[in-house]
Write a protein that binds this ligand. Structure first.
Ligand code: PMV
Length: 355
């Protein structure tokens, strides 16, 4: 499938005045996306686990048919409260997807959205938020085109979500999702995410992600600024090659079930992502002192007791603790006794990945 396959070719066909609902989960990347080109296309392939509990639920209500002009006529509500500040980011998204959802200009509509995780938690809501919204738009299209296959709808939802926020295309479906064309991953595409198409060892099928909220503040540097700083970055090309090589390595680790290799690769990915931030111009640091405290504690436990546990980081200070179900009892005790002191307001979100 290519860009032109997703164009909406029957603009006269309008969805009914109705409410269209969808939910989408958050995801956590094992191999990170950092650097893009063209229309939100990734410079390297990335892969993420889909979380089960951290989700966005969205309802788009088409309220009134109108004569289409050059504007979008909509309001955004978060938890039932009008949020004019959210409009500009969504408007940018709507403009980018206009050729694929031209019917939106023929309506006055409302977007109602809520997250199952605290909005100020420092967890990126843009991936799940854009993914849920994209799924609502695909539901509108499907309501007037019953012939659309489930596969097409899934691909289009991911394709649209990508145009809202790159990593959102990994949040529209699947448990382990790959985004970015890669010669070792059959069916992979830079236009949308696909379900990881190979066998996964049972060691990696029932995993936990406990998110330690180190810093609940707003990000000091947005990810779009961060992606742009990869243009002209002295280590960019090596980074893109490293990530693509890590996809191939991870493929063999996921089939062999080797925990040590898994955590070594995933932690290296997290630190490489942050190394790119620290070596861009201008440079910036999103980790906080407590991020490092937690990392050293994790390494200490792993060395002393051979517990299967590792970490990854997003574009922020929070630490995602990754561990298999079998390590759960020990890790929960470890969090309560040793890590909670480093979390703002002692907040931890326990999530999981289950196949
Ligand atoms: O989707 P964006 O543009 O917010 O980029 C997010 C990129 C990371 O979260 C840092 C890594 C990733 O692959 O999810």
């Amino acid at each position: 499938m290519n860009t032109k396959d997703f164009i909406y070719k029957t603009p006269q066909l309008l969805p009914d005045l109705s409410a269209y609902e969808a939910e989408a989960p958050s995801n956590i990347a094992l191999v990170k996306y950092w650097g893009k080109y063209g229309e939100q296309l990734p410079k390297n392939t990335s892969i993420s686990y889909t979380l089960q509990n951290c989700k966005t639920e969205t309802k788009v209500i088409l309220k009134k048919r109108i004569e289409a002009d050059d504007q979008f006529h909509f309001e955004v509500y978060l938890d039932g409260e009008l949020k004019p500040a959210f409009k500009s980011k969504i408007e940018t998204f709507l403009k980018r997807i206009e050729a694929y959802t031209p019917f939106l200009k023929s309506f006055e509509f409302e977007i109602h959205t809520k997250n199952t995780f605290p909005h100020s938690s420092g967890i990126a809501s843009s991936a799940s938020g854009m993914a849920a919204l994209a799924k609502c738009f695909v539901a509108m299209e499907a309501s007037v085109k019953p012939e659309l296959t489930d596969e097409f709808q899934a691909q289009k939802a991911s394709f649209l979500a990508r145009l809202g926020s790159g990593s959102a295309c990994r949040s529209t479906g699947g448990k382990l999702v790959v985004w970015g064309k890669h010669e070792d991953i059959e069916g992979s595409s830079s236009f949308y995410g696909i379900d990881y198409p190979y066998d996964i060892h049972s060691n990696f099928r029932d995993f936990k992600d406990s998110i330690l909220l180190i810093d609940e503040g707003q990000k000091q540097v947005s990810s779009s600024v961060g992606h742009n700083l990869m243009h002209g970055h002295p280590f960019a090309e090596q980074r893109f090659q490293q990530a693509d090589a890590n996809i191939s390595k991870l493929k063999s680790i996921l089939s062999s079930g080797n925990f040590d290799e898994f955590f070594a690769l995933v932690e290296s990915e997290a630190l490489s992502l942050h190394a790119m931030m620290m070596t861009s111009s201008p440079y910036f640091i999103l980790m906080q002192p407590n991020t490092l405290q937690v990392i050293h504690k994790i390494w200490g436990l792993r060395k002393a007791e051979k517990v299967q546990i590792g970490f990854t980081l997003d574009a922020g200070a929070n630490v995602h603790l990754l561990y298999p179900e079998a390590s759960s009892a020990r890790v929960r005790k470890f969090i309560d006794e040793e890590l909670i002191q480093f979390c703002q307001g002692e907040k931890v979100i326990h999530d999981q990945i289950q196949f």
